[in-house]
Design a protein around this ligand. Structure first.
Ligand code: ATP
Length: 364
C-alpha cells in the first residue's frame, strides 16, 4: 500500500500541454477516480504515476519517497487496461502466473497467489481456459487477477470496464468495490463516465484540459461543485444552466429575474459577492425540479421531448432560454409532447455561479 503525492507535475507532448501544474495527494488505501472529458489528460496522469511516461516537470512520491525517475517495475504498481492484453495461447492460470514466473517466484508461491486471486475474483473453475473461451467480463477478471498476484502497492485502472455491456459493468463495479475493501490497497481508476466515478470513488479528481478542477468525495462534488465545469460534469442527466440577473439579495437568499413570470428565490450561504444587477448563472438539477400547479410555479414552458426510462421520465421544456430545461418526472407521467408544464424551483435546489463561472457557497 502507498500514499501518492504529486507536486507541480507537468507534461508536454510536443506542443500539446497534456498535464498542467497538477499537485495533490492520494491517501494510503484510498480509491481515487480520475474523471473528465476525452483528452483531458486522465490516462497521461495515470501513466505518469505508473512510470510509463517521463514526467516533464514536478515530482511524484510514493510514501514520501521520490519515484519520479524510477522505472515502472521499481514502483510496485500494477496496471489494468481497457484492452485486457491477455496472451491468447496461454490459459487463464498461465496468464496470471506469467509475470511471477518471469520474476522467478517459486512455484508453490505462484500457485498460492494465483488460486487466491482466482478465489477472490470467483474464476476458479475457469483457470484452464484460454482467453478465447472466456466472456469479456471473465477476461477482464483474469486481467485484474494478473494485477492482484503481483501484490502491488498501488492498482492503476485505465477504463477497464469500457468494453463490457451495461449490466456487466455494473456487476464489475460492485466487484471492484469489494476487491478494494478486501485488499485495502490504494487504487486509482480512470474513466470518462461520471456514474462510474460517483459509484466507485472515495474521492474524485475532476480533470479538464490537463488541470485539476476539483477534488472531493462524490457527494461533496454533487452538492458543492466549485464551478460550472464540475457542476455540469457531475450528475446525470446534466445540470440545467439558465442565465439570470440578481434583483435583490440579503444574508441568506437571492432574488433572481430569469425573464419569467415569477422571480426565483435561491438560498445562498454567502451573498457578499453579489449585488442587484449582477449577472449570474442559475444551475438546476433535473431531479430537484417537479412539474406542479401553475400558480405556485416560477418557470413554465412547452414540452418538446419526452424520454421514458420506465422508473422515471425526462421531460424537456422550451422555456425561453437557449437550452431546453430538463426535469425528472415519474416513470408513468401523463405529460405529453406539446403540452405546457409549470415548474417549481425550491430555493435550496438552486446552484449559483458568478460571471467567472465560480460557484457561490450553498447552504449545507
Ligand atoms: P480519453 O478519455 O479520450 O482516453 P484522456 O483524458 O485519457 O482521454 P490523454 O490520453 O491523457 O487524455 O491525452 C491528453 C492529451 O495529450 C490529448 O490532447 C492527447 O491528444 C495528448 N496525447 C496523449 N498521449 C500522447 C502521445 N503519446 N503523443 C502526443 N500526444 C499525446
Amino acid at each position: 500500500m502507498a500514499a501518492i503525492s504529486m507536486q507541480a507535475v507537468g507534461k508536454h507532448f510536443g506542443k500539446t500541454e497534456a498535464i498542467r501544474n497538477v499537485g495533490f495527494d492520494i491517501r494510503d488505501g484510498e480509491f481515487a477516480v480520475f474523471v473528465g472529458p476525452s483528452g483531458c489528460g486522465k490516462s497521461t496522469l495515470l501513466r505518469l504515476i505508473a512510470g510509463l511516461e517521463d514526467v516533464g516537470t514536478g515530482t511524484i512520491a510514493f510514501d514520501g519517497r521520490d519515484v519520479t525517475e524510477l522505472a515502472p517495475a521499481e514502483r510496485g504498481v500494477a496496471m489494468v487496461f481497457q484492452s485486457y492484453a491477455l496472451y491468447p495461447h496461454m490459459s487463464a492460470y498461465d496468464n496470471m502466473a506469467f509475470g511471477l514466473k518471469l520474476a522467478k517466484t517459486d512455484k508453490r508461491n505462484i500457485d498460492d497467489r494465483v488460486r487466491d486471486a482466482a478465489r477472490i475474483l470467483q474464476i476458479e473453475p475457469l483457470l484452464d481456459r484460454k482467453p478465447r473461451e472466456l466472456s469479456g467480463g471473465q477476461r477482464q477478471r483474469v486481467a485484474i487477477g494478473r494485477a492482484i498476484v503481483r501484490q502491488p502497492r498501488v492498482f492503476l485502472f485505465d477504463e477497464p470496464l469500457s468494453n463490457l455491456d451495461a449490466a456487466l459493468r455494473m456487476q464489475m463495479r460492485i466487484e471492484l468495490k469489494r476487491l478494494h475493501r478486501d485488499l485495502g490497497t490504494t487504487m486509482i481508476y480512470v474513466t470518462h463516465d461520471q456514474v462510474e466515478a460517483m459509484t466507485l470513488a472515495d474521492r474524485i479528481v475532476v480533470l479538464n484540459a490537463g488541470a485539476v478542477e476539483q477534488i472531493g468525495a462524490p457527494l461533496a462534488l454533487y452538492h458543492h461543485p466549485r464551478n460550472l465545469f464540475v457542476a455540469g460534469f457531475i450528475g446525470s442527466p446534466k445540470m440545467n444552466f439558465l442565465a439570470a440577473t440578481v434583483t435583490a439579495c440579503d444574508a441568506s437568499q437571492v432574488t433572481l429575474d430569469l425573464g419569467t413570470r415569477r422571480p426565483v428565490i435561491a438560498a445562498v450561504a454567502d451573498t457578499t459577492r453579489l449585488r442587484p444587477g449582477a449577472k449570474v448563472t442559475l444551475g438546476l438539477r433535473p431531479e430537484h425540479l417537479t412539474d406542479t400547479l401553475a400558480d405556485a410555479a416560477q418557470l413554465d414552458g412547452e414540452v418538446i421531448a419526452l424520454e421514458h426510462l420506465g422508473s422515471e421520465s425526462y421531460v424537456h421544456l422550451a422555456c425561453g432560454h437557449d437550452e431546453s430545461l430538463v426535469i425528472k418526472s415519474v416513470g408513468d407521467t401523463a405529460i405529453e409532447v406539446g403540452q405546457r408544464v409549470s415548474v417549481a424551483v425550491p430555493p435550496r435546489a438552486c446552484y449559483l455561479f458568478d460571471e467567472t463561472g465560480t460557484a457561490l457557497l450553498r447552504p449545507d
